[in-house]
Every structure is written in structure tokens, then in C-alpha cells.
Design a protein around this ligand. Structure first.
Ligand SMILES: [Mn+2]
Length: 320
């Protein structure tokens, strides 16, 4: 991706995806820090107006706006697999930084590494290649993305280079304690109550290989928890001995559902959700569907998971 594109722009907009996580926002904030060195006008944009306040420790968090500037002549998106999740009506030059294998290369320039564990890793490697100095603020924002997407290095795909990156970022000024506290040790009472109720209602299916979580609106409303709060239980369900796939289906307030799928790696979560216009990685994927009910979505997804299991068994048999 040519640096000249960035150098020649007059107004750059850095875009995090809707309902952003620490990887998307952290990457955008790190890039914002970098661009402050140039004379170019920069805007930090996210279509979601009320952001997760746990992320307020990220540098320039207070600069994020939900209003897209008309004068923008270059947009740069971070950690977003599809154009739709950016919530943009803009159709000009667009640089797409990402690590989702399902990314459909919607940018006019695409900088995608599906082997990277976070978009902040893609960005870190780009900064290093371009010999761009990473300051303390940038290091902290990139580190936040890395630990969020690797669940604090518990992802089995972490390699020596993951830890080398972590080592460099902490040396450059990333605050490990601050990132861990904000991302993993700050829970609301509402989220605690929700998690308890979700665990109680969890269904184990297909010989205990699948953990199913169904969250309807009454459950969300009675606990006062947010959509985001549902995900941790689903991640944790994979630690149950027999569970290979954890499925979460949440009923949305204005119709439709949100799906999160976690896999130990036996089946490909991103492949399963592709049929439902979702995306992600082999072990983590998500989708949002309109005009469907919770019950019919659960039924369809369980069938797809069952078929995927059968296919893996057949493939294994063929190898014997
Ligand atoms: Mn990511």
C-alpha cells in the first residue's frame, strides 16, 4: 500500500467498524496518533454513536465522531471484513487494513493478512516495514488490539512472533496493566447477572459438542446488560471439556438476530456463517441477520454445524 496515497490526501477519515472492539478502535487510534505528525486533516469516525466506555482508555477516544465529514478524500478502515459494517455512504479512495480471512477486499487498496491474530498486528508490521516510529500512545492502542483479539494470549495460534510484538510494544510504552484491567477486569453488575442467567440456560447438544446460548430481549432487558456482555460466556463455554462449538444467538431489539460462533478449530466457524452473510475466522465468527426469528436461526445453524461435523468425520475416515 503506497504511503504516497496517504501523503497526498487532504482529509483522511479513519473508520472503525460498527460496535467496535479494542482491535478496530485501537488500530484506528494508533493511526490517528501517527497522522498527527503530518499536516493532513484527520477525523476518527465510527457509525455507532454510543461506544463501549471500557475502551475510553484508548488514546483520542474523545475525538471519535459518528458524523462522517463531507470533505474526506481518503478513508482508512480497520478490522472490518465487509463494507456494510463500516456504515459509510462514501465511495472514494479507501484503504482496508484487516486480518479477517473472510474480508472481501472492498477497499481501493487492501492490506490484509489473514494469518495475523489482530488488525493491530497488521498495522504494527506495516509501521515497522515503513520505518514509522511507534510512540507510547500508538504502542498502547496496538497492544490493546492484540490482547483483545488473542483473549490475552490464550489463543492457541499465538506464536513466538506474537510475543515478540508484545515485547516490543510494552518496551515502546504500552501499559499492560491498564489494557488488561480495562478489557478483562471491568464488568458491570448487569453483565454479571446476565452471564449467570446465560450459563444456567445453556443447552448442551450433539453429545455435548455444541453449547447453545439463546438470548431474547426479555433476558437482556431484565438484566440491563448490553449485547456485548453476552460474548464472554460463549468464549468461556469452549473451555468445557466436551464442547467444540459454542453458539450464541441474540434477539435484536428492532428485529433480526445477532450470531456469534466459536469453534475449537474442528470446524470452520467463518465457513458456516458465510451462508448467513457473516464472516470472521476459523475459530471466531459473527453474523447479523434481519427478518428472521431466534428459533428459526438456531434451527438452521444447528443443522449447518451438524453437517460440518459429519463432513469432518468423513474427511478423517478418508485419511485412514
Ligand atoms: Mn480483529
Amino acid at each position: 500500500m503506497p504511503l504516497s496515497l496517504i501523503d497526498s490526501a487532504h482529509h483522511i477519515v479513519l473508520v472503525a467498524h460498527e460496535h467496535p472492539d479494542a482491535d478496530s478502535l485501537g488500530s484506528a487510534c494508533a493511526f490517528y496518533s501517527y497522522l498527527l505528525r503530518s499536516k493532513t486533516k484527520v477525523t476518527l469516525f465510527c457509525v455507532t454513536p454510543s461506544l463501549n466506555q471500557n475502551l475510553s482508555f484508548l488514546p483520542w477516544f474523545d475525538k471519535i465522531t459518528a458524523k462522517f465529514p463531507e470533505s474526506a478524500d481518503l478513508a482508512i478502515s480497520f478490522d472490518c471484513g465487509s463494507f456494510a459494517r463500516l456504515g459509510l455512504e462514501y465511495h472514494g479512495a479507501l484503504i482496508n487494513f484487516d486480518h479477517h480471512i473472510s474480508n472481501d477486499n472492498y477497499g481501493t487498496h487492501n492490506c490484509i493478512n489473514p494469518n495475523a491474530l489482530s488488525t493491530s498486528q497488521v498495522l504494527y508490521e506495516w509501521f515497522v516495514t515503513e520505518t514509522i516510529k511507534i510512540n507510547g500512545k500508538m504502542a498502547n492502542a496496538l497492544y490493546a488490539g492484540l490482547i483483545d483479539d488473542t483473549a490475552c494470549f490464550s489463543d492457541p495460534q499465538c506464536t513466538p512472533s506474537t510475543f515478540m510484538m508484545a515485547y516490543s510494544l510494552v518496551q515502546l510504552g504500552a501499559d499492560h496493566a491498564q489494557c488488561v484491567n480495562a478489557l478483562f477486569n471491568s464488568h458491570s453488575l448487569a453483565s454479571f447477572r446476565l452471564k449467570g442467567e446465560m450459563s444456567r440456560r445453556m443447552k448442551l447438544l450433539q453429545d455435548g459438542r455444541v453449547a447453545l446460548f439463546e438470548v431474547d430481549q426479555p433476558l437482556l432487558e431484565s438484566t440491563g446488560a448490553r449485547l456485548l456482555d453476552c460474548k464472554e460466556v460463549v468464549d468461556a463455554a469452549l473451555s468445557l471439556k466436551t464442547v467444540e462449538v459454542a453458539l450464541l444467538v441474540v434477539e435484536l431489539k428492532h428485529g433480526g438476530v445477532k450470531v456469534s460462533l466459536r469453534s475449537s478449530g474442528v470446524i470452520n466457524a467463518a465457513d458456516i456463517l458465510k451462508k448467513f452473510e457473516g464472516g470472521g475466522h476459523r475459530t471466531r465468527a459473527g453474523a447479523r441477520m434481519a427478518d428472521v426469528t431466534l428459533q428459526e436461526t438456531v434451527k438452521e445453524l444447528l443443522n449447518s454445524i451438524k453437517s460440518a461435523f459429519e463432513l469432518t468425520t468423513e474427511e478423517n475416515m478418508a485419511l485412514v
